[in-house]
Design a protein around this ligand. Structure first.
Ligand SMILES: [Zn+2]
Ligand SMILES: [Zn+2]
Length: 347
């Protein structure tokens, strides 16, 4: 067995470092020494209300391979890797390319994932299927490489919306996923990129400016429906906010616009209503983005390697792994200085 300590969580907001020894990697598995692990909105929901019993958590990971299981040929010990939370199997009738299958690995239902493992991101060691891992260049810092999963989610969002050079983009919600969408929309050459966020989220607003956003809409001061877009209503509206923002997005999108959505209510707020006549007559499209299984990890690492400054913009708090819980509590108290927390194991 390999000695390991993992951060455990139980709702509401209880944290504990526990011994969590790990066995040797089985067939197709990697044992990864975790170097950096980032806090996601899902982790906040887990701490707040989803963890009915003590559990390990964390799913945005970068580290170094310690051991490989039988049959793994892609990696060797000491390789640097980033680990996505899931990956398509590559073999089922949904994954296999036409004419053998449907050619849609993004829709695979027999995914590889470390979700069933007792080891998760906030710890020292992670046991994971090798399919979830992608190689990381030597010079990319771990705390940037661990953003592979959230950047993959943002990539899925801009792809789902088909953001391009003709677009006026509005991103609703300036968390790490929305900020990633701002950076990617800018990179894809969108004509205009606006961000809607609350005025007290100072660090998020500053990050958006670092990513070259064209304008900020402070929705606590100017509700979206009252904002004057002039003749540049959003052709692509990217919603990284809870479902109640969807009717707003539909109301302000331009004729022929696309609304792409990532946002989980984890409860009754998932039911919304909107003006379907307006939706119809404005020829709008509503598209769900859900990057599970993850299919963008290699591309996300490539982009982070080309733009390592994105990591500096997104990671506002880098703390020792055993302080992730208390730092999440600080973020709950006041969001203003936070964008993304990353826990690191120094050595
Ligand atoms: Zn995440
Ligand atoms: Zn598959």
């Amino acid at each position: 067995m390999h000695a390991n300590r993992s951060l455990y969580v139980k709702s509401p907001w209880q944290f504990e470092m526990r011994d969590n020894p790990v066995g040797e990697p089985g067939p197709g598995q990697l044992l990864v020494e975790i170097k950096a692990s980032a806090v996601c909105g899902t982790d906040v929901a887990i701490a707040d209300r989803l963890a009915n019993d003590w559990q390990s958590f964390g799913h945005e990971v970068a580290g170094r391979v310690r051991a490989v299981g039988p049959g793994v040929e892609r990696f060797r010990p000491f390789d640097l890797v980033a680990v996505d939370s899931s990956a398509p199997c590559g073999r089922c009738p949904i994954c296999l390319p036409q004419p053998f299958g449907r050619g849609r690995p993004d829709l695979c239902r027999t995914v590889a994932s470390y979700g069933g493992s007792a080891t998760r991101g906030f710890g020292e060691l992670l046991l994971t299927p090798h399919e979830c891992a992608v190689p990381v260049p030597d010079d990319l810092p771990y705390e940037t490489a661990c953003l592979v999963e959230p950047l993959g989610v943002s990539l899925d969002l801009v792809r789902t919306a088909e953001v391009g050079t003709a677009d006026d983009v509005l991103v609703i919600g300036g968390g790490p996923l929305g900020l990633g969408a701002v950076a990617l929309s800018r990179m894809l050459g969108a004509k205009q990129v606006l961000l809607a966020e609350l005025s007290h989220c100072a660090a998020r607003l500053k990050a958006a400016e670092a990513f070259g956003v064209d304008g900020l809409i402070l929705t606590d001061r100017t509700p979206l429906r009252e904002y004057d877009f002039g003749d540049r209503k959003p052709t692509k509206t990217l919603v990284t906010a809870p479902p109640p923002m969807l009717p707003e997005a539909i109301a302000i999108s331009s004729f022929g616009g696309v609304v792409a959505f990532i946002g989980i209510a984890f409860g009754p707020a998932s039911t919304i209503s909107f003006d379907a006549d307006q939706f119809h007559f404005n020829k709008l499209q509503l598209r769900a983005s859900h990057a599970s299984p993850g299919t963008h990890a290699a591309e996300a690492i490539r982009l982070l390697t080309l733009h390592p400054e994105w990591g500096d913009v997104l990671v506002s708090h880098k703390v020792p792994m055993n302080r992730v819980g208390e730092t999440m509590l600080q973020m709950r108290e006041s969001k203003s200085s936070f964008v993304k927390i990353v826990g690191v194991n120094e050595s």
